[in-house]
Ligand binder design. Structure first.
Ligand code: NI
Length: 157
């Protein structure tokens, strides 16, 4: 890092009188290396700055979700998982069966010898869709899970 967290803290405190909280985070080596590359590509001054932006992004997402309330939306849940974990495949199917009205279609692609990718197209209340995405993401062996929401189009002119 070009600038240490400590110097950044002092600088930010001068600029903005709001109090800063420092906390420790445990992250696997490979994840922090990838995150540092992400930070370098976007020319962030520090990890703290990048983490703050990511947190803001998630909070804005949540706010948008709250505003849409019960209006149905459509979305996609994309996840990559380890094909060799047989229980995992069963668990994914079980979760999808718990949401029969929500999952419109899911498409499976065999990426390589170890990995599978699935895209589920989903429709329903934002909270339901997010709940489904969280369940899939939480499964051990799901390496990546991305959830996007969009409008059903009915309110677009
Ligand atoms: Ni497969």
């Amino acid at each position: 890092m070009a600038r240490s967290d400590k110097s950044e803290k002092v600088k930010t405190e001068k600029k903005d009188s709001s109090r800063l909280t420092r906390f420790g985070v445990s992250i696997p080596d490979n994840l922090i290396h990838a995150f540092d590359s992400y930070i370098a590509e976007r020319e962030y001054g520090s990890r703290s700055e990048a983490i703050r932006d990511l947190i803001r992004e998630k909070l804005i997402e949540q706010e948008w979700e709250r505003e849409t309330k019960d209006k149905p939306v459509v979305g996609t849940i994309t996840y990559v998982f380890d094909h060799h974990k047989r229980d995992l495949v069963e668990s994914i199917l079980d979760i999808q069966h718990d949401f029969p009205e929500t999952v419109i279609v899911s498409q499976h692609v065999h990426l390589d010898h170890h990995n599978c990718l699935e895209v589920a197209i989903v429709k329903g209340r934002p909270s339901t869709l997010r709940g489904l995405a969280y369940k899939l993401k939480a499964l051990k062996g799901v390496k990546h899970c991305n959830f996007t929401m969009t409008t059903t189009g009915s309110e677009l002119s």
